[in-house]
Design a protein around this ligand. Sequence first.
Ligand code: AMP
Ligand code: ZN
Length: 434
Amino acid sequence: MIWDPKHECMDIEERRALQLRRLREQVARLWVNVPFYRQKWEAAGVTPDDLQSLDDLRRFPFTEKDDLRKTYPFGMFATPLEEVVRIHASSGTTGKPIVVGYCKSDVTDIWAETIARTICCGGGTSQDILHNAYGYGLFTGGLGVHYGGELLGCTVVPMSAGNTQRQLMMMCDLGATILASTPSYALTIADAAEEMGLGPDDIPLKAGLFGAEPWSEGSRQVVEEKLGISAHDIYGLTEIIGPGVAAECEVKGMMHVFDDHFLPEIIDPETGEVLPDGETGELVFTTLTKRAFPVIRFRTRDITSLTHEPCPCGRTHARIARITGRTDDMLIIRGVNVFPSQIEDVLTSFAEIEPQYQLVLTRKGRLDQLEVQVEVAPRFFSDTIGGLEQLEQRITEKLYSTLGISVTVRLVEPKTIERSIGKAKRIIDLREEE
Ligand code: AMP
Ligand code: ZN
């Protein structure tokens, strides 16, 4: 089912006209309401009148994560606080969090709507029981999915994350049909199910909506098999709205960007130049309709490519490819750029190991070293030492041929890598401490 065919299947030219109209309104509003934007645009020599076509957006400067930090907490809000009905925040790794706000219409007319679209992309309907294991709180995942589930008419179970065995009990007892969680938590749930002796036929789930962190096709296969579901990739970020920015329909492999609300561009992260469809670069978003916390040309640091090719499902939104990583989680090992997702792709191609791994970075002299710690699947752990050494060797070789650098692979015992309930922490950086 398509939730909002009028907007999701709109004629492309008609949508472009809608986007331009909304963009011009948004920019004109921000010119008046947010001094940050006005100053930035004046310094760049542009005014709202310069926006005669969608391409003119390129003349406007980018907004960076740092701009949002500098204006903490409310400097980027475009409505008075009395109109703001909700706050969320992104933890960030250092310093102050990024605080965002929503007015009533942001929550009901945009966020809940785009989540209802997302759930429908995953095959959901009002008949579904939606087990929501995204964390509730300042993180956008929990409440974001919640309101969209209710709008669609699902029976929403607001589980939040943690206490995995209890989650499985509730899922089975209530007959949950859709699981929403981070992909790493879905793996944790799949693991726990196995331990409890629950196979795919014992679990009522039929679909999963997994996002908020990078994951691989290999992990998709594992959760699909273990939980007996169809797993869908969903994408979003706090600065834009939270989940509900893009979602994978039944034609898997790419995600529809709800671009009547969130206008995407792909840029070269070095030069800032806009790249054509099909080329990989950094994803940039402009929110066309949000009122309390709009952003213009926000640099997400996420790496992907864009296409406007029609999708067999009938939705006409642009689509993005799976996010392969972030410009800031790229590791540089002896001069070679490596994304954790490339390592995950290699690891999940081995049936003998679990998609549970950690990347430990150390420094020897001036050279960075990477150790890949990965868990052996329980049924292979009983293998002989020789067999395990051989497996280690095979993984090392495959990583070498994929990444072009040699890394150390260390097999660890089953269940020794800490299980994630939210976003998995894959990188352990010990370089500063040496
Ligand atoms: P936050 O706003 O703190 O929830 O984090 C948003 C970030 O999570 C995005 O900028 C991406 O880096 C990452 N993310 C969200 N969804 C996905 C996804 N489906 N695939 C890969 N990364 C994702
Ligand atoms: Zn589609």
